[in-house]
Design a protein around this ligand. Structure first.
Ligand code: MG
Length: 354
């Protein structure tokens, strides 16, 4: 990261959906989870859209084509067109088209989303390593993907054919738990071939480039739930970000975040798109204050000296929790070096009430 290390969350007097022209929204853990809409996602996104914010959906999952993702979103009550969805399949197809001859044959190791993305770039998907492909493209193929496809990739990569992967997320959330993702499938081919793929998906530049090219965003805000994909990708691209706590990241992980994983804003869920954000400020005695909350590091332990408010829930309770979380982030991020804060955080998180 070339910019100054972020040690406090950002400030915006105006609501975020008025400040940024386009929200680049991650899907799993942000808009939906396990096939269901995340709490407050449908209403918050409708309000942001009515206010003029452009909403785009950015996913590392290469399995489904944008039209299928858009249909799923619309079914959940989030109206979307195929053109509103950007996938890592599109990003890897552009990368291959940039580096390989026009109309090149590409050994397809993946699903319909990747097939359509290759065709859209004028590339010709083939099924066998014997078809003399110029490249191998690997994306998530779904839970029933045949093992023999990995063998096909292995033959081609070992023979020296350039290898590309849509993304390397090791896991993928399913309704029943955590399942192997495309990153795990890439490892299978790596073990068989000894090769090394070029990767397109978040947090890497090809995905960010694809997103900006397709949305035309001038002032984008990345909204995500994962520090090492969504937020790291935003930071690498020099774009502001909002982390929501509805997915894989909890308060402990956020407080321990290394500099490249720190978001501009934090929120409990997508309602925080519709409000302004207060930045914590340093007091002379080393404490950090946000709203009525006050935090510091004392003897290596993160301490919430005063919480935001005495409410037990509801909107004001959420606001108080967020002020506490922002003050704690500032205290932990300022105290933690390049490797992040490694002191005790459990007590502070407990007093935060999340
Ligand atoms: Mg996610």
């Amino acid at each position: 990261m070339t910019e100054k290390v972020r040690t406090v969350t950002g400030s915006s007097e105006e609501r975020l959906d008025a400040v940024y022209d386009t929200a680049l929204l991650d899907l799993d853990g942000v808009v939906y989870a396990g096939g269901e809409a995340v709490a407050h996602a449908v209403d918050s996104l409708a309000t942001a859209r009515e206010g003029g914010m452009h909403l785009a959906y950015v996913t590392n999952n290469a399995l489904r084509p944008p039209s299928a993702v858009a249909a799923h979103l619309s079914e959940l009550g989030v109206p979307a067109d195929a053109s509103d969805v950007i996938t890592s399949a599109q990003a890897v197809a552009r990368l291959i088209a940039d580096e390989q001859p026009e109309g090149a044959r590409v050994l397809l190791i993946g699903g319909e989303g990747l097939r359509q993305a290759l065709v859209e770039r004028g590339l010709v998907p083939v099924d066998s390593a014997d078809d003399e492909p110029a490249a191998v493209a690997q994306g998530y193929g779904g839970p029933d993907f045949p093992w023999s496809r990995f063998a096909e990739a292995g033959y081609a990569v070992r023979a020296g054919v350039p290898w590309y992967a849509s993304n390397t997320d090791l896991t993928i959330p399913s309704g029943r738990g955590i399942a192997p993702g495309n990153g795990a499938a890439v490892e299978v081919v790596r073990i068989a071939s000894g090769g090394e793929p070029k990767v397109a998906g978040k947090p890497l530049p090809p995905m960010h480039r694809e997103t900006i090219l397709r949305t035309g965003a001038k002032r984008p805000l990345v909204v995500g739930d994962r520090l090492d994909t969504d937020i790291e990708g935003a930071n690498a691209g020099g774009v502001d970000s909002l982390l929501v706590l509805t997915g894989v990241t909890d308060a402990v992980a956020l407080l321990r975040a290394v500099p490249e994983h720190r978001p501009t804003y934090v929120g409990r869920d997508l309602r925080e798109l519709l409000v302004g954000h207060e930045a914590p400020r340093a007091e002379n005695d080393g404490a950090w204050v946000c709203g009525r909350a006050r935090a510091r590091v004392r003897d290596g332990e993160l301490v919430l000296e005063r919480n935001g408010a005495d409410t037990g829930g509801g909107a004001e309770g959420d606001g108080a929790m967020l002020d506490g979380l922002r003050a704690l982030c500032a205290a932990a991020w300022s105290a933690g070096g390049e490797r992040g804060f490694d002191g005790e955080v459990a007590g502070a998180v407990k007093s935060l009430g999340v």
